[in-house]
Write a protein that binds this ligand. Structure first.
Ligand code: TXA
Ligand code: MG
Length: 350
């Protein structure tokens, strides 16, 4: 299959014909990758089971891992879910459009192929204007997982999508870099107390500020990996670069010292170091990749691109600083630890 490329820009929007073509592909059951404010999504008609099956095939994704339905207006929610609780209404009012996905009981028109066999459905109204325009033109809820090959870091640029899906999908829309860089916060609203299934830009504090008590899925709490997460996708190895990665947590100076000591055991071309703008100078030996700046809070935005860069560099081992204590630290550490297969070492401190 030849993949068609079009662009969207904040200033100029879409070329009219290009938007019409993208919307038509979606309506007819084809696949279009598009930018959102979190990561790029791989869109298909969420009400057609053939389209959802194509999405799983293109990503190489296990079909028990449900997709998120993307909508462009609040009204579109009514036909795809059974009911919208008062708490849901409050969260929608506060955070949509935006990086928040809500889980509801699904209505009959949503095929089980889209929900991975579940009776619930995940729904999100993206904050990205172009994404909403595309969904509105398609006139159907758009099922869209992140537009990466299953297991690889989610794409934060059209180039990342191209790396993974060129020749496998109908169209890729290049909307430049994304704003947030980590996937949406997922909140399960099917129980009395809302439960966060995946941390994201919208934090637990922000959610509880609107609806009061909020729980964290128990699989997110501890290091006990035997508890299965309620979001099926959270159980898979994810976001992972090809090389084995170890994260070091401790005082900044000790982390740097430890990483330098570990790095010196390998040839410089084979060892990767994940650092920040503020610390990159401290590593004389190895392939230093900058995730972003602590001060400017761009680590979330740059993390996945940095993880992909290690694959291009062909390093065999990666040592990473810890990104706790940042604004988005819950989401950041969740992704970082998954990428590292939960290899973390706590430095004792002197
Ligand atoms: O920011 C995002 O959410 C991006 C952009 C493209 O919108 N999308 C995204 O989709 O991250 P995906 O498929 O990569 O991740 C969806 C997650 C998976 O972990 C999946 O298991 C969970 O949502 N999920 C979907 N439907 C669910 C349901 N009914 N119950 C529990 N978890 C669900
Ligand atoms: Mg994903």
């Amino acid at each position: 299959m030849r993949t068609e490329y079009i662009t969207w820009s904040r200033e100029k929007g879409y070329e009219k014909e290009a938007l019409a073509r993208a919307a038509e592909i979606l309506r007819n059951g084809g696949l279009v990758a598009f930018p959102t404010e979190t990561v790029y999504g791989l869109g298909g008609n969420g009400l057609r089971k053939e389209a959802s099956m194509k999405i799983y095939a293109a990503k190489g994704r296990p079909s028990d891992n449900p997709l998120i339905l993307h909508i462009s207006k609040r009204e579109e929610l009514n036909s795809i879910v059974r009911c919208v609780s008062e708490k849901a209404e409050k969260l929608i009012e506060a955070f949509w459009p935006g990086p928040m996905t809500l889980i509801f009981e699904k209505s009959e028109c949503v095929p089980y192929e889209t929900t991975g066999g579940l009776d619930t459905v995940a729904v999100r109204m993206p904050g990205h204007e172009g994404a909403r325009e595309l969904i509105a033109s398609a006139g159907v809820p758009v099922a869209a997982p992140s537009a990466n090959t299953s297991g690889r870091p989610s794409p934060t640029s059209a180039n990342h999508v191209k790396e993974d899906l060129d020749g496998k999908i109908d169209m890729i829309i290049d909307g430049g870099g994304v704003g947030i860089g980590l996937e949406s916060t997922i909140i399960d609203l099917t129980e009395e107390v809302p439960v966060i299934l995946r941390p994201g830009y919208i934090t637990r504090e922000m959610v509880s500020g609107i609806v009061g008590e909020v729980a964290l899925d128990s699989a997110l709490k501890g290091k006990d990996l035997s508890v299965p997460p309620k979001a099926p996708g959270m159980k898979y190895r994810h976001y992972a670069p090809k090389a084995q990665m170890t994260v070091y947590e401790g005082k900044a100076a000790e982390v740097t010292e430890k990483i330098n000591e570990m790095a010196s055991r390998y040839p410089a071309s084979k060892v990767g170091i994940l650092a920040t703008e503020e610390t990159k100078e401290y590593y004389p030996h190895g392939q230093v990749v900058v995730a972003g700046s602590r001060e400017e809070q761009t680590i979330g935005q740059g993390l996945y691109g940095a993880l992909r860069k290690f694959d291009h560099l062909g390093v065999e081992v990666i040592f990473s600083e810890c990104f706790s204590g940042e604004e988005q630290s819950e989401a950041l550490m969740n992704r970082l630890l998954k990428a590292a297969g939960h290899h973390i070492e706590y430095l004792p401190g002197k």
